[in-house]
Design a protein around this ligand. Sequence first.
Ligand code: GDP
Ligand code: NAG
Length: 488
Amino acid sequence: MLARARGVLFLAALLFVGITIVHYGALYLFSPTHKAAINTHKDVERQSLSPLELAAFCAKLQSRPRPDRVQKVKAAPSVESWDPTKYLNSGPAEYFRDNLRQDKFYITAWSNAGFTNQFMSYVNMIYMGLVSERIPIVPPFGPDHHIPHDAGIIPFGDIFNLSRAREAMHTPILEWRDLKHLPSLKSGQAPPAEEREQLGCWSTRPGNNPNPLRVSSVVDHLKLDISYTRIPTESRVNPSDGNDDHLVFSKLVRYIYPKRPLPPPNGRYTLMEKSPLGHELLPDHHMTCFDFLYYGTSSPETYEWKFSWAPAWTMVGKHLHFTDKMVELATGYLARALGAFPDQLPHFIAVHMRRGDFANQCWDTPGNCLIPLSKFERRVNEMKLELWEKYSIVVKEVVLMSDEEDPEFWEEIRYLGWTRIDHEEEQTVKRYGHWYPPLVDIVAQSMASGFIGTHDSTFSLVSGRRVEDWNNKPAAFVAKNDKDVYYW
Ligand SMILES: Nc1nc2c(ncn2[C@@H]2O[C@H](COP(=O)(O)OP(=O)(O)O)[C@@H](O)[C@H]2O)c(=O)[nH]1
Ligand SMILES: *[C@@H]1O[C@H](CO)[C@@H](O)[C@H](O)[C@H]1NC(C)=O
């Protein structure tokens, strides 16, 4: 008897304990903190629950009040802000890595050669950021073959109005100087090894080229030490051609997209080149990076920037207007060249004659590739007519920009009645440094009411796009062989 009563008591106790466990278990299971945990470990949970348990779980979810029975709290309309600080942990830090947010992914790239080549590579990088949903981090411009080393570094945001671009593009665009403390722009010195941060990047160099592009001017300034891995051949315009420089943005995105990118095509990635300090890092997923994105395209066309519809231009480049300071500077130069007040500049046609190394860059008449002045003169006259007929504006002034250094050439220009921005007389290099003669010329070109450029020069090409898209005015190009200019 006593033994039976004890048994019943024992069973009751067991039942009580059981119910308590189930009760608190269920409470715990549906508490908000635990729900968050379920969400983040969804895959693990799914594997560890049996089908029966999963069904029971879902039945319980079903019996919870529907969200529409809960009173909704309307969020106040928030003013969108693309301020860089929202996309980083802090202001500039000692190490960039401490500044990356765990819930964000980033993209960056370096570049070499002339100013426009670097500009186009950085714009391509920002475009890659848009299509891969990564936050672009723009490096500064580094001195390369057209610009002497002691010219130092120029931050991208000193030339281009990034806050305006962020607003227009509804996207954050960061600069490296937002991430970490950087040496002075003029220092030009390699940092001590212990100050360099490790980073694994992609090289876009074609298969037959054994070396990544190392842009030491920029990478030293950013205090980095970079290991390189080649991008998958599957990202190229022509995967079977080992000399193919060109890559397709949408093919490349597959391997760098933050969520579930394609696995390495050959099972694993292998290093292309160790870092100068001997490190062997495979491409970083948090901060994806490239040696060079100049040769990117979104279509089957290579050198896509030549085409009016190139998305890197229409979606990014077009929104990168010059800073107020650059516009003010170029306005002063133009006013002096044209003998006008800065706030009353007359309409002018800008002509860009790319000469210098272009004298040798043609296959048919090497050494004599320059386009005769008379061809430009004719095109200028045609444009004056067009501006009068289609836009009802009288344009008398012509401003010529060129990298030509021969004084005889400039004398001929004077005879044509054209004007120039004279950087010798203005002492531009002495006053502002070696970057400024081309920068002032580029900004001045963008302010023209008509533009005539040199075929095959990216310097000309981008100025033509600005005049067309910003000023709604015509642009045209002159080539040695007229049939070369049927599109732009
Ligand atoms: N100041 C000045 N420099 C120029 C001019 N044209 C070319 N250059 C220099 O030559 C470089 C040409 O390189 P880049 O800008 O990449 O354009 P591209 O070689 O013409 O396609 C420029 O960056 C300038 O340094 C010009 O009209 N004025
Ligand atoms: C950027 O552009 C805005 C207008 O959109 C202007 O108010 C601002 O002063 C510009 N900033 C710089 C640095 O040029």
